[in-house]
Ligand binder design. Structure first.
Ligand SMILES: Nc1nc2c(c(=O)[nH]1)N[C@H]1C(S)=C(S)[C@@H](COP(=O)(O)O)O[C@H]1N2
Ligand SMILES: [Mo]
Length: 301
């Protein structure tokens, strides 16, 4: 609270009515998708979440294609052209092709999902996303039975992305999920925040959100989705395999080699805001721990 004047807006100031009107549908959506075991926990967890301000969510970002500073994406991402946009869906699908973003939006049901968001750097937010379940998009393309993983790729536009001149990562940014993770009802494609179209710095027009994994799995501005039978390469794992694994589930018991993951710094509470304990699988263990039954999470970090 000490440095409150840095953030002059609270979420009450900037939240469109729609975001709050839809809050009930978050729980309805979860209850419908998660199955009986998940309902109570998910609904309770959702209830207790207080979203960050629109300003926090859209001014403090990681999107290295626009620079590595936390404010660089907000300053530079306006250069990205997001209309028209299409997403190539290929690999082990019945209906491969270039899907126009407008057609995807027509076909999908947009819901609000208020999720915890935990960066591997140990800061966190609560974000009211709008979007649709990735499973619905994959089902539309027709996942073939031999598919085991989903690979994702971000746009690579040197003319529009000042950060890609620097070899910070091996561009384009790529990510991947196991198919069961991708099909899980908590996994969404976000197309909005607080009921408004998702800003470029947050990954317009469509970015992945996997709330139980570290933020870098939630790849932005997706242009390609490939169904495959092999574990796909991922940008941060390619950059440093010892520090960033394929799974990257939020886990307070598995530290990053250079820092603890036991607690996190909530963004927006001021410079002296208290750190809070990090939750197993970012608070979604009731819903997703079963995906990892029998796996050693220290090995598959
Ligand atoms: N294409 C792309 N996607 C990306 C990143 C990036 O640099 N490029 N950064 C990741 C990281 S490290 C985090 S924490 C989140 C940040 O999302 P946010 O800016 O919406 O909070 O995006 C992830 N997705
Ligand atoms: Mo991150």
């Amino acid at each position: 609270m000490a440095h409150r004047w840095i953030n002059t807006l609270t979420h009450d100031d900037v939240t469109p009515l729609a975001a709050f009107m839809n809050r009930r549908s978050v729980m309805a959506g979860l209850a419908a998708g998660v199955g009986l075991a998940g309902i109570g926990g998910a609904a309770q967890a959702q209830d207790a979440l207080e979203p960050n301000s629109y300003e926090d969510i859209t001014q403090y970002n990681n999107y290295y294609e626009f620079g590595t500073g936390k404010n660089d994406p907000a300053a530079n991402a306006h250069m990205l052209t997001t209309e028209p946009w299409s997403v190539k869906i290929d690999g082990l699908v019945d209906k491969p092709g270039d899907y126009a973003m407008a057609d995807i939006m027509d076909a999908m049901t947009i819901e609000e999902r208020i999720y915890r968001f935990r960066c591997v750097e140990a800061w966190s937010m609560v974000i009211p996303w709008n979007g649709f379940e990735l499973a619905d998009l994959l089902t539309m393309a027709g996942v073939q039975t031999d598919a085991k993983y989903v690979a994702f790729e971000t746009a690579l536009r040197p003319d529009e992305m000042p950060g890609v001149r620097f070899p910070v990562l091996d561009w384009p940014y790529v990510e991947g999920l196991r198919l069961d993770e991708a099909m899980h009802p908590l996994t969404i494609m976000a197309t909005g925040i607080y009921g408004k179209p998702i800003p470029n710095q947050n990954g317009a027009p469509m970015r992945l959100v996997v709330p139980w994994k570290y933020g870098f799995k939630s790849i932005k501005s997706i242009v390609r989705i490939t169904l495959t039978d092999k574990e796909p390469p991922t940008s941060w794992n390619k950059a440093n395999a010892r520090e960033y694994g394929f799974y990257s589930n939020v886990n307070p018991e598995v530290d990053h080699p250079r820092w603890s993951q036991a607690s996190e710094r909530p963004i927006g509470g001021g410079l002296f805001a208290k750190r809070k304990p990090t939750l197993m699988m970012n608070g979604y263990a009731d819903e997703v721990a079963g995906l990892y039954d029998g796996m050693d999470l220290k090995v598959h970090f």
